[in-house]
Design a protein around this ligand. Structure first.
Ligand SMILES: Nc1ncnc2c1ncn2[C@@H]1O[C@H](COP(=O)(O)OP(=O)(O)OP(=O)(O)O)[C@@H](O)[C@H]1O
Ligand SMILES: [Mg+2]
Length: 266
């Protein structure tokens, strides 16, 4: 039995294809375009190609993410909360808390361990409609600093004297960074300060749900090792799990959900 999970986020769209034994056969990560259906079709086509499968071979498709209702061929759509929880627990079965930082959302999910491969969400919290503590915050700052967002993690490793960023608000932090650039402070020290700012902002929100070990990190922002490092420091001595590909956790959870959907139909 083959299934697919599709996560249409505000910034990126991921597809995961699962095999007979719940193993990941392939995945794709695409930028979410204005034409969601076209992006999904393309991301799905490439994922099938990578897995050497055709769409007829896929028994069930589950969509998730903010664009989840725009997948005409999906058998079901499920909330991101459930899918991130399922994906994280599939990768790290001991997961009790998930912290997800995406393009416009950051959230924490508390799970109850049931020990039978079933996941139960006991609590969750999400940021309000504000870019602080999300990938958007770092995207704006990368623009001001004229650097690629993908380079922020590496750049911050070179910092010797982190600059403290006092504004949490994206608009005020942007002005603060412009002023720091004018003061000729090294970019790596500014970036390191931004990573601390985002880690603290996210934790101030997510600590409103019980932060129990093990904590699994998901979402595209977790590809930034600078942010992950700051989260680890702030959460010491808690055990933190980082997936090899944190951005596909939601799509993975959707593909697992699709498997359950198929089983319950047969
Ligand atoms: N290679 C990378 N290095 C550093 N950061 C990255 C990288 N790739 C993506 N990001 C960050 O991840 C963010 C997107 O994360 P993700 O794909 O989880 O968001 P999304 O699911 O589309 O959004 P949301 O869940 O908020 O709707 C981008 O805004 C960017 O900040
Ligand atoms: Mg997301």
């Amino acid at each position: 039995m083959f299934t697919a999970g599709i996560d249409i986020g505000s910034v990126s769209t991921e597809v995961v294809i699962l095999g007979e034994k719940n193993e990941i056969l392939s995945y794709t990560v695409f930028d979410s375009q204005v034409d969601i259906e076209k992006t999904v079709q393309e991301a799905f086509r490439i994922a099938l190609e990578k897995a050497c499968l055709t769409s007829e071979k896929i028994d069930s498709v589950v969509s998730t993410g903010y664009g989840r209702n725009n997948v005409p061929f999906a058998n079901k759509s499920v909330t991101e909360i459930t899918c991130h929880a399922l994906g994280a627990q599939h990768l790290f079965p001991g997961t009790k808390t998930v912290i997800d930082i995406g393009g416009q959302d950051s959230k924490a999910i508390a799970l109850a361990g049931q020990g039978n491969g079933r996941v139960r969400v006991v609590d969750f919290i999400m940021n309000d409609k504000c870019a602080a503590g999300t990938g958007r915050f770092l995207e704006v700052m990368a623009g001001v600093l004229n650097i690629d967002i993908k380079d922020m993690g590496c750049l911050s490793q070179r910092s010797n004297r982190e600059v403290s960023i006092s504004s949490m608000c994206t608009v005020f932090a942007e002005s603060e960074v412009i002023s720091l650039i004018h003061q000729k402070l090294p970019k790596e020290d500014i970036v390191s300060g931004l990573h601390t700012a985002i880690a603290r902002k996210v934790l101030s929100l997510v600590q409103r749900v019980p932060m129990e070990e093990e904590i699994t990190l998901t979402g595209g922002v977790m590809k930034n090792r600078g942010v992950v490092e700051k989260l680890r420091q702030e959460l010491l001595p808690k055990r933190i799990n980082l997936p090899d590909e944190p951005q596909i956790a939601g799509a993975l959870g959707a593909a697992i959900m699709a498997k359950r959907h198929t089983v319950s139909r047969t």
